[in-house]
Design a protein around this ligand. Structure first.
Ligand code: DLL
Length: 446
């Protein structure tokens, strides 16, 4: 494997990843019909909604008419807590994972042995697309536990026959030592933790050239091109984006490959994607909207048209590529993280793109939606300088202007001293806070 652009790693499952799109569509349609049969057979909320739409058997539905079928959402998981959306018998569930639950309650999802097998398969494909082989050594710093990051990568790496170090998150000093001693070529963790590791190395004088890493699969939280450049420079690897969610399977729903042109190949033979607008109507390729997935093959907690809350756009495969899977853009934001500041819609990722493109600013920031005066919400952005001697007032002035140019609104920018912004050593980075009343959520924001 080389990390240069244009390298095409071999397909792990050519019959699936390289299928002719018409042939794949036939398989998807058959799988959709069997899914509908499974849902109807199990009863429950999804079956009731299908019957309300006049669907009595799988053969009543088609992919062309999928947009007419009912959707499910996180609220349905909460209403049916803990396992009301499960369709398999309890004894067929072999593990339960949980979503992080940053918004509202956490969600529990039961997986059958078959589901875990599908997961290992799609994760092996994702790793293979990044050039990972059985000779690779994977340092997996995603958390192990109910969070799907650690175990998802683990299942895929072992399926591929690579060596995986299940180091999990946290204990950074130990991680740095292991990265130097064991010389892994692959790093899997959140992008914010990749940054944290990179900065920790830099602070001890270790440069990217001294590290063995060649590629990283980073996901579980939104990140931008600007963040990618920071991570690649710090760790000397090719940083790829991996996407997934517990309700669908965990990591492996979609992943960039070395040759996917910056978009993520969707495992669409297992997870059928749609993009819908705010009114639930389907949107054309290239148009950003809410991602909706149908789990074509899952048997534990199968979902028909699950609204993810994630905003992205769909695209076809790279023309002429051996990989024929449809692709998705990086996630632009979540529908529930979109801020409306004085009538203007703002996704935190747009703020990240502006902030991180200023070379004087360290790749850490915090966005605060100041809602103390409900009639006039204010966007406050806190950053840190790379160099403590930089002119903070000039950075603040320039960022206010750059944010105004990009977003069309004026924001308050505060440059805080080094290490004042919270770092994510475990779990997902929290880069958006709301300030409703009382003292500022972080000193120096006023
Ligand atoms: O975050 C699964 C995962 C683990 C994905 C490791 C990638 C790597 P949940 O905890 O259920 O599952 O959170 C899912 O995280 O709906 C997105 O909002 C967000 N998310 C996941 N991957 C990305 C990504 C895992 N690459 C929620 N870019 C999803 C942006 C992401 N957001």
């Amino acid at each position: 494997m080389a990390t240069a652009q244009g390298v095409s790693p071999p397909l792990v499952a050519p019959e699936a990843e390289g299928a002719a799109p018409e042939r794949r569509r036939e398989v998807q349609e058959q799988r959709l019909r069997r899914l509908v049969d499974r849902l109807l057979g199990a009863g429950g909320v999804q079956a009731a909604r299908l019957r309300d739409c006049g669907v009595e058997r799988g053969d009543d539905v088609s992919l062309d008419q999928l947009h007419l079928l009912p959707m499910v959402s996180k609220e349905d998981f909460w209403d049916a807590y803990p396992f009301g959306l499960r369709t398999a018998a309890a004894e067929d569930i072999v593990c339960v994972h949980g979503s992080s639950g940053t918004q509202g309650q956490s969600t529990l999802v039961g997986y059958t042995a078959h589901d875990v097998d599908v997961w290992a398969h799609v994760m092996a494909r994702a790793l293979g697309g990044a050039g990972v082989t059985r000779r690779s050594f994977v340092h997996c710093s995603y958390g192990y536990g109910m969070f799907t990051g650690g175990l998802g990568v683990h299942h895929g790496a072992t399926r591929l026959g690579a060596t995986v170090l299940p180091v999990s998150s946290g204990a950074t000093d130990r991680q740095l030592r292991l990265l130097l001693d064991l010389k892994p070529d692959v790093l899997c963790c959140t992008p914010s933790y990749a940054l944290y590791l990179g900065e920790a190395f830099a602070s001890t004088g270790i440069t990217a050239e001294q590290l063995s890493l060649r590629v990283g699969l980073f996901g579980a939280e939104p990140w931008t091109e600007e963040m990618r450049q920071s991570i690649e420079a710090l760790l000397g690897l090719r940083a790829l984006n991996i996407y997934g969610l517990t309700e669908i399977i965990g990591p492996g729903v979609a992943c960039e490959s070395l040759d996917s042109g910056g978009l993520l190949n969707i495992a669409e033979d297992h997870f059928y994607p749609e993009i819908v607008g705010p009114d639930g109507q389907p949107l054309a390729d290239g148009q950003p909207g809410e991602l909706v997935f149908t789990t074509l093959t899952k048997t534990g907690t199968p979902l028909l048209r699950y609204r993810t809350g994630d905003v992205a756009a769909l695209h076809g495969p790279v023309p002429g590529s051996a990989r024929t899977l449809r692709r998705m853009s990086r996630v632009i934001g979540r529908t529930d993280d979109m801020l409306v500041i004085r009538g203007v819609n703002v996704f935190p990722s747009e703020v990240e793109a502006v902030v991180l493109s200023d070379p004087r600013v360290a790749p850490h920031y915090l966005i605060v939606e100041d809602r103390r005066d409900r009639s006039r919400p204010e966007l406050r952005v806190a950053v840190e300088p790379r160099d403590a001697h930089d002119d903070a007032a000039a950075i603040e002035r320039d960022l206010v202007a750059a944010l105004h140019a990009r977003l069309g609104i004026s924001c308050v920018v505060r440059v805080l001293p080094h290490n004042h912004l919270p770092r994510a050593e475990t779990g997902k980075a929290r880069r958006l806070l709301r300030w409703d009343h009382g003292v500022a959520p972080l000193p120096g924001l006023e």
